[in-house]
Design a protein around this ligand. Structure first.
Ligand code: FES
Length: 69
């Protein structure tokens, strides 16, 4: 599923950015380009970052990513 339509960036690629250490929307954009055009996906990117950080704090290795409404 694509998260950033402008740059054609999928959920899988965003997750890879988070695993590589991106912790802000800006950092995700630097790595894969997501969020660097119209900006419509930035809210979803922020949610994914927050969920990933919660996952790390909880020590879990998998979260059921929820599609944007
Ligand atoms: Fe991601 Fe436009 S949808 S920048």
């Amino acid at each position: 599923m694509y998260i950033c339509l402008c740059k054609g960036v999928s959920e899988r690629v965003i997750k890879a950015c988070l695993r590589e250490g991106a912790r802000t929307v800006h950092q995700v954009g630097l790595i894969c380009g997501a969020g660097t055009d119209c900006g419509a996906c930035r809210g979803v990117l922020q949610e994914m970052i927050e969920e990933y950080e919660e996952e790390l704090e909880g020590g879990r290795t998998h979260l059921p990513w929820v599609a944007p409404a």
